[in-house]
Design a protein around this ligand. Sequence first.
Ligand SMILES: *Cc1c(COP(=O)(O)O)cnc(C)c1O
Length: 389
Amino acid sequence: MSEELHAADRAAHTGNDEFLLTPGPLTTSLTVKQAMLRDWGSRDRQFIALNARIRERLVAIVGGERSFVCVPVQGSGTFAVEATLGTLLPRDGRLLVLVNGAYGERMMKIAKYLGRPAMALSCAEDRTPDLDSLAALLAEDRAITHVAAVHCETTSGILNPIEKIADIVVDHGRSLIIDAMSSFGAIPLHVQRVPCDAIVASSNKCLEGVPGMAYAILRQSVLEACEGNAHSLSLDLYDQWRAMEGNGQWRFTPPTHVLAAFDQALHEFEEEGDVEARHARYSANCRVLVDGMRAMGFETLLPDELQAPIIVTFRMPADPNFDFGAFYNRLAARGYVIYPGKLTVAPTFRIGCIGQLVKEDLEAALAVVRKVLDEMGVTQCAPAADAAE
Ligand SMILES: *Cc1c(COP(=O)(O)O)cnc(C)c1O
């Protein structure tokens, strides 16, 4: 297929003339968007059935059918992280957060707002947490009740060793809360292999829905004991769960259109072949992106073995003709929206591989990157030597 035909075909598939190469909101299919062309009453029987179906499917994705429940909440992913920490941590609880990026830091900040004592086990953004230190900390500090970890830390795109983390936390008899926001549905995470009490994610990342709703998959026996923990009525997942179990409804106005789109997105996820197929598609996207950028001289922040196929961090080229603002604007004008860096270790930018993207879209994006670099007169894409430190 010619470049133009491919572009037209993709535009018809997504209903967009641009691609979001970002970690969410991301490019969704036209059919997901079309699912929003109906108004639903929140007490409508069909809507209640749709909501129940979504909750069941989400639990099944992590294999939690018998012992876990899905509790949704209005808002972005952070709302569900805050709701989960606030609901699961008792007032006298103590949290340990594994931090190697902005989302770990954010959980520390949430704990502070909640008034729950919290400590961080931190490491550099391009490293995974030190597991011996985690075990030692849990052995020493008996007051720690919960550990929070990020599966894919979207700040860098690093894949944290969540199975090993879970084994250590379980061995020490503590409760594990996983922020799986940017990996849920695309990187296998199964509660039988990764024992935990909570997995938090949202509608608008790898499940390719639209933004506006997030959720926690919670171990029911743990949630049952959480009455009265929450600091906030609207973020009380215990209360939300009890009410929803009672009459099938959300306590407060549900994001009906978002849920209708999410139902369609989950249907498309199943048709594609579940986690395995999505992982394969994103991995192919990531491979094309990394190989293509390296061929132009760019360097990735992470070695391949730490890279999750979600979003890739590239070091800023040292070439004086390279200006990120201009690069970004020129790519966006041609229909490719990339993402600035969020790192403290080095100047970087990011390009996402998730959403309704296939490897041909990444190939087309790379061709545009090449054109833009030529226009800008950038010949050297390698970072400054000292940026690698
Ligand atoms: C996207 C994301 C969140 C939530 O961010 P929102 O902007 O609130 O949706 C949390 N953790 C991780 C790892 C994420 O990628």
